[in-house]
Write a protein that binds this ligand. Structure first.
Ligand code: ADP
Ligand code: MG
Length: 333
């Protein structure tokens, strides 16, 4: 079944159109990630789904019901924010149970659901603590727990990991993926981080300037981006775009080559000088300034002795490259 259907959804604040004609479905149990640069409308779209903002145009359907005028609490959704939004004077246990208590659910049910969530999120040692006595990661787990106990049909996450440091972000990312597997609930997850999008999503929705640029599985978008924006947004280091000869570039367009598909060779079509080297241990990234004065990044597996200032020649398999036209769309000869 389809958990969420957006049809022609638009949102304006005054005369500013923030979302334009969004059409989208989320299937039951699907993990959908909205990704795009800051300001593209991700949070606004999530808030329209949650009912915290009204859609200016179009319809929002949850299961088979149009919910445009249904208040947030009646939509069967739970939202987790970047800012955690915990009550500072309530313990972990009480923060997690508060929503159910406000719904006047029986104490036994609240205890059971909170107990289950505490187990699932490894929060047992902290149940009596106040939020101020928790780390950022623990606070975010409490916020997630508060969503879980409501047993929503649809979870909405708005950049939940943005306030965490890199190591914790990775751990929590894995926990959220496990949570999704265990709950088999539908989830929509908003992020500006392409790594989170690639690693978590069944389906990625790439947004730009309030429009959907492309929808697909992570590997569909990585291997077959519809346009230069999607090609450049997913992947790290980002795809290289070469706009000048000697490559066969359409007028005003570009050739896109991912850093891992460029290799050092004796005689290649791209010649240049190494301007910077990043030695990551497992990988080596070479930044090369080409003879055409373009910058390209080459990702080499493992360790490599190439040094700054060295002249290099690079090449790639044509099947592994992408051609974009002067409108930044994929060009097929
Ligand atoms: P994102 O979450 O992708 O960073 P947002 O959805 O928060 O982007 O914002 C999208 C655009 O809508 C931004 O340009 C923002 O300034 C504007 N916006 C968001 N909320 C409001 C509001 N309440 N009033 C006016 N403009 C808003
Ligand atoms: Mg946002």
């Amino acid at each position: 079944m389809t958990a969420l259907t957006l049809s022609n959804v638009g949102k304006s604040f005054g005369s500013v159109e923030v979302l334009k004609d969004i059409n989208l479905t989320v299937e039951d149990g699907e993990f959908v990630v909205f990704v795009g640069p800051s300001g593209c409308g991700k949070s606004t779209l999530l808030r329209v789904i949650a009912g915290l903002e009204d859609a200016t145009t179009g319809t929002v359907m949850i299961d088979d019901d149009v919910v445009n005028v249904v208040p947030p609490a009646k939509r069967g959704i739970a939202m987790v924010f970047q800012s955690y939004a915990l009550y500072p004077h309530l313990s972990v246990r009480d923060n997690m149970g508060l929503g159910l208590k406000q719904e006047k659910q029986p104490k036994a049910l609240i205890d059971e659901r909170v107990g289950k969530a505490i187990q699932m999120l490894d929060l047992a040692p902290y149940v009596d603590r106040l939020p101020s006595d928790l780390s950022g990661g623990q606070r975010q787990r409490v916020a997630i727990g508060r969503a879980i106990v409501r047993e929503p049909k649809l979870f909405l996450f708005d950049e939940p990991l943005s306030n965490l440091d890199a190591a914790l972000r990775m751990n929590t990312r894995i926990e959220i993926a496990e949570l999704h597997r265990n709950l088999s609930a539908s989830m929509i997850y908003v992020t500006h981080d392409q790594t989170e999008a690639m690693t978590l999503a069944d389906k990625i929705v790439v947004l730009r300037d309030g429009c959907v640029e492309q929808v697909g599985s992570p590997m569909e978008l990585y291997n077959n981006p519809a346009n230069r924006f999607v090609a450049g947004f997913l992947g790290s280091p980002a795809m290289n775009f070469l706009e000048r000869a000697p490559l066969n570039v359409p007028e005003g367009g570009a050739i896109g080559i991912r850093p891992e598909y460029l290799s050092l060779t004796e005689k290649g079509r791209i010649k240049g000088v190494v301007s910077h080297v990043e030695r990551l241990g497992g990988d080596t990234n070479l930044m090369v300034k080409t003879d055409e004065d373009e910058a390209v990044t080459v990702r080499l597996f493992g360790q490599n002795e190439t040094a700054v200032g060295q002249s290099v020649e690079l090449d790639f398999e044509d099947e592994k490259s992408f051609v974009f036209d002067d409108k930044q769309q994929r060009f097929f000869a």
